[in-house]
Design a binder for this molecule. Structure first.
Ligand SMILES: Nc1ncnc2c1ncn2[C@@H]1O[C@H](COP(=O)(O)OP(=O)(O)OP(=O)(O)O)[C@@H](O)[C@H]1O
Ligand SMILES: Nc1ncnc2c1ncn2[C@@H]1O[C@H](COP(=O)(O)OP(=O)(O)OP(=O)(O)O)[C@@H](O)[C@H]1O
Ligand SMILES: [Mg+2]
Ligand SMILES: [Mg+2]
Lengths: 255, 255
């Protein structure tokens, strides 16, 4: 039975897509069968995995609109994980689903048919708390929160935690926070260190021990349509995401 | 007659809010009367300007819902520019306005009553191309596009330019691109330089000469509720935004 994780934070540019792609690739290296679902209309997780968004006949849009079974949206990548791609069309779903009954459950219902085929399903979310992100949270067992250790990102955390709590109460009683991941971390600067210690104080064990450093190879890899493991496996970025995958696997086996 | 500028890019974390706050403060130093409107429900531009979002009776939400005149939403800041604040409530406007006639013109109509009182009105947008951003674009004379020189930000540019073109055709014939601003720029890394030269090739004069470097003081200032000019006026970040304000003023006088 697949564990479904949303990669979520409404604050923009905190490393959601970079985490989704590189967690998928790292977990695949550990012989886990991985599906990465891109529900951000920007389609960055699709492009960063080497998938041509505009040539896919079935994407996350058809899946959410229940216009095609999710199996038809699945694309294999060179990095041995599968992807359900997204593109601009997906923004249309936001408007078209407004009046639908159970609009929050569209993704959860679609995923039920394939939870036996994967070990993990990762969902890359857009920078908002809209119906697309709500669909991801309703479909998930837990949430991974990428977090840049800066002021605006810290400001938004309360809102995100409140939203998770509301989704748990209204739609998905099992939903909880899997972990907070410190990204683009620069230990030389006091702001990062200060925000980081606030996170540890407030969230305790929920904060992953693994910290992702700022590393230019992580920003270069997507222009080649590759996870950093395929682009430069010796880089600090690649090693950090492998360590994270190890930590995620370790937590699973302790349960 | 105020010049109205939207600070827009659906890519998250590219420096929209940092640009909106520091352009407002820098232009105020040049004796310009400035209003900064925050239409991002995250409310970062409000918090970064030292405004307590949750204690304002009238915010951008009431303005868009036409529940109060915009004059009642205006708050003075210590940095001598005015702010219309926003908070989480603003996400509600997205749903409540869906069926309204002329829902794209709500902000433009509200602004008409005060264009004589300011030299510039700056609008900080959320990381999306939703009805809030559309309202900003319909209300604006031009768009400032903060741009991180990295792959995902470059990918999103076509979509943004298309959206601006559609808004011009459907709602606002005068709307054009004022300029693209390179933010968090690190000249040591080849990815930044490469993306930067692609921008210059494609957009020519529309790319501001001023480049904003990565500078930690810009990330520290908002935690004190201050623009960087008030926090550390000798920093590289403060000097860069002053140079940008000079460039913006220079372009205005050439028209
Ligand atoms: N650890 C890192 N070191 C250096 N650059 C990074 C790192 N993580 C992400 N980046 C770069 O920072 C930018 C923002 O990251 P990313 O796009 O993954 O964030 P996001 O949260 O998915 O953004 P959005 O809110 O737009 O979806 C990208 O250009 C990415 O390549
Ligand atoms: N030139 C810079 N140097 C260093 N840090 C910066 C710079 N510009 C912005 N930052 C920091 O980077 C982060 C992202 O910037 P900011 O929040 O302004 O982007 P945004 O585009 O408004 O994000 P969102 O998409 O969430 O609205 C913030 O923590 C900010 O303090
Ligand atoms: Mg993303
Ligand atoms: Mg912002």
């Amino acid at each position: 039975m697949a564990k479904v994780l949303s990669i979520t934070n409404q604050k923009g540019g905190v490393g959601k897509t970079t985490t989704a792609i590189n967690m998928a690739a790292s977990l695949s290296r550990m012989k886990q069968k991985i599906l990465l679902i891109d529900i951000d209309p920007q389609g960055n997780a699709s492009a960063g995995s080497g998938v041509d968004r505009d040539s896919q006949e079935v994407t996350a849009y058809e899946v959410l609109m229940h216009a095609a079974p999710i199996q038809e949206a699945i694309v294999a990548t060179n990095a041995s994980y599968d992807v359900v791609a997204s593109n601009r069309e997906l923004s249309g779903a936001l408007i078209e689903l407004v009046d639908e009954e159970h609009r929050e459950f569209r993704l959860r219902v679609a995923l039920q048919t394939l939870r036996e085929e994967y070990d993990f399903v990762l969902i890359d979310c857009p920078p908002s708390l809209d119906l697309l992100t709500v669909n991801a949270l309703v479909a998930s067992d837990a949430v991974v929160i990428p977090m840049q250790c800066e002021y605006f990102a810290l400001e938004g955390l309360t809102e995100l935690v409140n939203t998770i709590r509301k989704i748990r109460a209204a739609f998905n009683p099992d939903l909880n926070i899997e972990g907070l991941l410190r990204t683009m971390f620069d230990s030389r600067n006091s702001l990062s260190r200060e925000v980081s210690s606030q996170l540890e104080e407030y969230f305790g064990d929920k904060v992953y021990h693994t910290i992702i450093p700022r590393n230019i190879r992580l920003a270069e890899a997507p222009s080649y349509g590759k996870p950093v493991l395929e682009y430069d496996k010796r880089s600090k970025g690649a090693r950090a995401y492998l360590a994270l995958a190890g930590e995620v696997m370790g937590r699973e086996s302790n349960k």
